[in-house]
Design a protein around this ligand. Structure first.
Ligand SMILES: [Zn+2]
Ligand SMILES: [Zn+2]
Length: 153
């Protein structure tokens, strides 16, 4: 059932998911493929409970603990990024270096350029004698769409 669910989900193809898991050193179990496919359907990071709800909604019998374990396995190999907060949230991540620009208003995450982020932080080197490690860092703010809404409202 899980495999059929994964294959029927739009977005990342089932075959591609298997390849990504294998390349990351994980055996492509039905649970990993299914959780990966659920995350692929979201632009914003989602909690383990949300992933669990989606799977239960599809009629899959899977425990919340298994969902957590699966998310952590995916995070450990860099396929998923964990966003800290009151509740941990998870989102698919790319292996290529980037920064996460996180909108605090709508939850959107944009992949930003590491080169640009290094330039933003260059003054910190002089002012605080500090070099920021920007790769895969999370920068919080407000996205353009939400800013436009704020300006309009
Ligand atoms: Zn990422
Ligand atoms: Zn936003």
């Amino acid at each position: 059932v899980a495999a059929r669910e994964a294959a029927s989900t739009s977005g990342t193809g089932a075959v591609e998911v298997v390849g990504l898991l294998r390349a990351a050193g994980l055996s492509p179990t039905a649970q990993r493929r299914t959780v990966f496919e659920v995350l692929a359907g979201y632009e914003r990071p989602v909690s383990a409970a949300e992933v669990h709800d989606v799977l239960r909604g599809r009629g899959l019998r899977i425990g919340l603990t298994t969902v957590y374990r699966t998310l952590h396995a995916l995070a450990e190999v860099g396929l998923v990024h964990v966003f800290a907060g009151e509740e941990r949230r998870y989102r698919l991540c790319l292996p290529a270096p980037h920064v996460h620009l996180v909108c605090e208003a709508c939850g959107l995450v944009i992949e930003g350029s590491v080169d640009a982020a290094r330039r933003w932080w260059e003054p910190a080197r002089k002012e605080a004698d500090f070099v920021v490690n920007v790769e895969h860092s999370d920068v919080y703010g407000t996205c353009g769409r939400c800013l436009a809404g704020l300006r309009a409202g």
